[in-house]
Design a protein around this ligand. Structure first.
Ligand SMILES: Nc1ncnc2c1ncn2[C@@H]1O[C@H](COP(=O)(O)OP(=O)(O)O)[C@@H](O)[C@H]1O
Ligand SMILES: [Mg+2]
Length: 251
């Protein structure tokens, strides 16, 4: 799709990330979108060329996935210092909702289920995300409709098993990033995202469940977040089977 979205009116800045800025923008139609722009800051010391290539790779990877729980790229411009891409605007950001204690157990379970679906689609495409964490999970909430949670930010994503390359040495956020993705040679597998899912499950479920409920699911969560990847489930399907054994029909 060709959209001249560069001229959309900036309503406000949403976030300044590690190498891009996310703005809320408005199209002439009045519709709101989020726009992420490479902003020339180089917190990794890798130079503008590599930063540009890395940003283009982020967009290319996002474009490979078409799934309701993965943030789509609606339009993009690359190849210049001001590379940028347009996304649907998400009016809920999990990280800030957790800070304000706005997420209950039912919503937590929905988020975890939708992130299993998102990871499944990403792994199917031969990629792993490497940065599943509350700051990268955003929700679109429309009147009278259930919230749809989307995994965004493919800034440190990579092909499964490949060394990330393009200066992509930074890994995801502590405690969510799998240990193997944060050390040389920075490789990872689907199991690396399973680690992050396990950490997310612990963060969301443990404080919101009764002790009895948590004890049922804890062994599966703990196996997902084993420090050594060989101890974890090998794929999302195996993780789902294990979850269904301890808490049938929920995930
Ligand atoms: N489509 C979107 N709608 C609303 N907010 C978004 C959207 N995409 C990203 N954000 C917000 O901007 C922040 C930074 O974007 P992100 O892509 O995660 O960049 P970074 O690589 O800097 O972490 C996110 O943590 C989220 O809070
Ligand atoms: Mg992010």
């Amino acid at each position: 799709m060709h959209l001249n979205f560069r001229n959309y009116k900036t309503v406000r800045q949403i976030a300044i990330g590690s190498y891009g800025t996310v703005d809320l923008v408005q199209a002439p139609s009045g519709n709101l979108y989020a726009k992420k722009t490479l902003d020339g800051r180089d917190n990794f010391g890798i130079g503008p060329k590599v930063l540009g290539a890395r940003f283009a790779a982020e967009i290319a990877m996002m474009r490979k996935i078409h799934h309701p729980n993965v943030m789509p790229v609606l339009a993009s411009v690359t190849g210049s210092q001001s590379s940028t891409y347009l996304m649907p605007f998400a009016n809920r950001i999990l990280w800030s909702e957790l800070k304000r204690d706005k997420i209950d157990l039912d919503e937590s379970i929905k988020i975890l289920t939708q992130m299993l679906d998102a990871l499944d689609a990403i792994h199917e495409a031969g990629l792993h995300h490497r940065d599943l964490c509350p700051a990268n999970i955003v929700g679109i909430s429309l009147p009278e409709k259930p919230i749809v949670w989307k995994l965004t930010d493919f800034g440190v994503a990579a092909e499964i098993g490949a060394e990330p390359g393009l200066g992509r040495r930074g890994c995801g956020r502590d405690p969510f990033a799998a240990p193997e993705t944060c050390k040389v040679p920075f490789k990872g597998t689907a199991k690396s995202d399973i680690f992050s899912w396990g950490e997310l499950a612990k963060a969301l479920l443990k404080p919101r469940m009764s002790e009895a409920e948590w004890h049922k699911i804890e062994p599966v969560v703990d196996r997902s977040r084993e420090l050594k990847s060989r101890g974890r489930y090998s794929n999302i399907h195996a993780l789902r089977i294990a979850l269904n054994k301890v808490v049938p029909g929920i995930f």
